[in-house]
Design a binder for this molecule. Structure first.
Ligand SMILES: Nc1nc2c(ncn2[C@@H]2O[C@H](COP(=O)(O)OP(=O)(O)OP(=O)(O)O)[C@@H](O)[C@H]2O)c(=O)[nH]1
Ligand SMILES: [Mg+2]
Length: 452
């Protein structure tokens, strides 16, 4: 009899646990299907047996991390604006991989990545494609990390240890600053870490200093990975302040969210065939801008004649349709900027994202709105920046500014060129393709003004 009762109890517990496991995993959509599918049947049945005896805490961990113990890496602020921040993400994924931790993806907004921003990571980027290119890494969003923390608080689990790590690249030689005292409450408040309150924050931070250089990649990377591996805390919270971190075999570049690509394609289809201009004015020499604009007008007229293309699309960080400048770091707009823009406006008939949006209104697009609980603010500058970038990538002809007329080393422009080169490479396979969307060049620069 006793044996019957025990067997029945174990059976019921098993059913219960399986129901809990299934519904919660489905509901939270946390675990990557690829990650789970890859596990063999043997491992699955072994883990089902293990689940039977798991505590509530272990079950919560399994839901978010796929194992009864969670270790997280949360880069809660990534320095620089969108294009440059995007370049950092493969290195950040490597850090999570090297330390065997779940990567918590920070929020985004206004062309920045960080915990203080209003939208989840997938507002800008495809988490799905990250999962496909790094199938053994677990990615969760900041919101999911918060839910994990709240669930742990609700069951009164012991608080989890958390360490602040600051990575910066102003040093002459790699070194670590240990025991850096922080006013942790003030710091958490400033960095929007207050909601993650079921953590035991260490009062000292770990500062990792590296060189800002394109050289010594292997040594710098190893130094960073080794230092991170020495951290024992359950949660590593990183303030990432590095301009460039070149790890040797980085995972695939970050791709934009599918719906953004789709939206940009629809916009491009309205414009085809078109010449696209990128004018990143922020660090141009103001005194050269008038001549730059005159040269741009001449260039556009020449290319229109040469290719027979009539439509022109202009993307720029200058507020070409009024309002605020499109780059958060573009502080000083002078009369020279306005005069240069007026020359372009009065000589060329062109489209811009804002002008196209009157026929493709983003703000009425339910697919777009449904992605976030927060209504899109009209001032959100990241989405227009990404859409402009994609529309430039898809254009038939692309031109950007020459030296002194623009930020010549812009990673924004560089990403347009890189993607165009890839599209052209694939295009060769479809030679009979005569549709309007054929790309005719990778990129050009209009003529720079003469200067003494
Ligand atoms: N809408 C719009 N925004 C732009 C355009 N060009 C630049 N921006 C904005 O300005 C920001 C530029 O910063 P980054 O994306 O870091 O690019 P960058 O500063 O040119 O490149 P780095 O010098 O490598 O940092 C972008 O994130 C956009 O938000 C543009 O043509 N259209
Ligand atoms: Mg930048």
């Amino acid at each position: 009899m006793r044996r019957f009762v025990t067997t029945t109890a174990v059976f019921l517990l098993l059913c219960n646990t399986l129901i809990y496991y299934n519904t919660n995993v489905e509901e939270a959509k946390i675990m990557d299907s690829h990650n789970t599918e890859e596990k063999s049947n043997d491992t699955q049945s072994a883990s089902i047996e293990a689940i039977v005896y798991e505590t509530e805490e272990e079950q919560i961990n399994r839901k978010y991390c796929g194992s009864p113990v969670c270790k997280f890496f949360f880069p809660f602020t990534v320095g620089e604006q969108e294009s440059r921040a995007r370049l950092q993400v493969p290195g950040i994924i490597s850090m999570a991989q090297q330390t065997n931790r779940v990567l918590v993806l920070p929020n985004v907004g206004d062309a920045r990545l960080g915990a203080c921003k209003p939208f989840t990571f997938d507002y800008y980027y495809s988490i799905e494609s990250m999962r496909q290119s790094s199938p053994n890494t677990i990615f969760i969003t900041q919101d999911q990390f918060l839910r994990w923390n709240q669930e742990m608080k609700a069951i009164k689990a012991n608080k989890f240890t958390a360490k602040i790590i600051r990575l910066s690249d102003k040093a002459q030689k790699e070194h670590v600053g240990l025991d850096i005292k922080l006013n942790i409450e003030q710091y958490r408040h400033k960095q929007c870490l207050m909601p993650f309150d079921h953590l035991e924050y260490e009062n000292t931070a770990l500062d990792i200093h590296i060189r800002k250089t394109g050289k010594h990649q292997a040594a710098i990377t190893q130094f960073v990975f080794n230092t991170l591996r020495s951290v024992q805390s359950d949660v590593m919270l990183m303030h990432y302040r590095v301009y460039r971190f070149n790890c040797k075999h980085p995972p695939a570049p970050l791709t934009y969210a599918e719906r953004l690509k789709k939206h940009a394609k629809v916009a491009a289809t309205l414009l085809y065939p078109y010449v696209a201009v990128h004018w990143r004015m922020e660090t141009a020499a103001p005194s050269k801008l008038l001549k730059c604009s005159q040269n741009l007008v001449a260039y556009i007229n020449h290319i229109k004649k040469k290719t027979g293309i009539v439509n022109v699309y202009v993307a720029t960080d200058y507020p070409i349709d009024g309002g605020r400048q499109h780059s958060g770091t573009f502080r000083k707009i002078t009369r020279d900027h306005h005069r240069a823009a007026n020359v372009l406006k009065s000589n060329i008939d062109f489209s811009t994202l804002e002008r196209i949006n009157s026929s493709l209104p983003l703000l009425n697009n339910t697919e777009f709105l449904s992605l976030s609980n927060n209504a899109i603010r009209h001032s959100e500058s990241g989405i227009p920046g990404i859409l402009d970038k994609l529309i430039l990538m898809y254009s038939n002809w692309f031109v950007s500014g020459p030296e002194k007329c623009c930020r010549i080393s812009s990673s924004y422009t560089a990403q347009v060129l890189k993607e165009r080169a890839a599209i052209i490479d694939n295009q060769k396979e479809f030679e009979e393709e005569t549709v309007n969307s054929v790309l005719l060049n990778v990129g050009d620069r209009w003529e720079r003004p003469k200067w003494p």
